[in-house]
Design a protein around this ligand. Sequence first.
Ligand code: DP6
Length: 330
Amino acid sequence: MKATATANSNIALVKYWGKRDERLILPQNSSISMTLDGLYTTTTAEFSEKHRKDEVTIDGKKVAGEELDRVVRQLNLVRRLAKTHLSAKVTSKNNFPKAAGLASSASGFAALTLAATKALGLHIEKKELSMLARQGSGSACRSIYGGFAEWVKGSHHDGSDSYAKQLAPKEHWPELAMIVSVVTAEEKKVKSRAGMSQTVANSPMYRAWLETVEEDLKNVREAIMERKFTQLGTAAELNALKMHATMHTTTPHIIYWQPETITMMKEVMQMHEEGIECYFTIDGGPQVKIVCMDKNAGKIAKRVKGMAEVEKVYVCHAGEGARLSNKELF
Ligand code: DP6
């Protein structure tokens, strides 16, 4: 009745932005991501009669309110499958700052879903696990897989064809690196969930996003499969800017960038101009992630670490999918 799982975060190269069903978490568009080896969440879940109600601790703090409700909803999904009403104790630890745009909800819900299903003795396949994780947080469905994953949007109303699948394992492209820099580790004010919903509702750019995202998917998918770095970086950078353009033009506008974010973007462009080929991508937060080849990663990381704006730098490569662990947190 107790299990522990670890899942790595993932960063989208073609972003998931917009839902067509908010309850089931069904996306408007497919997305593609790289699972990162350096950033992960470990979660222990225990179901027992000794627990009077669900109790959730993340990074040493008991969670309450909306954050607790989201975890309880996910536990309810798993309980329904296992036909049990037992309450759970859940303890989770991130090795990076949560809710600062480093995809903690992706690794968090992937780890929670695997730990909870295992603790209740359910044996489910990755595809099903991905669909369950999706209902906790959309991007979590991609963290079930290592390497490179595509979340296929699907078209069914019940979400039965909306899940992630692996495009390539981590061994496919070990020369590809992603440098994650943290410019401010504060929790963000507008969560991705609210931002995305408002954007779909009223950004005049949202239609252009949907009209061009298939092209981005095709370019990024092909670039991964054929290891074409320039094509990958160019398409990913453009895709991130388009997503932010939809946010900048929603009412009221949402600007996740901090002055430090722009400084970082300019630095990436500068390095590129100097012949160090690299590209940026940014999610629902101020953090800039740099896509580059491993041979340049040390040089780029050193340069980024030297910037006054940067608090922390993680040099990542494609990492493993969600897995069980024997390192119990309680
Ligand atoms: C910008 O998966 O956090 O990181 O499904 O509402 O939980 P919910 O949203 P979430 O959104 C991630 C958005 C993104 C892009 C991406 O990871 O694809």
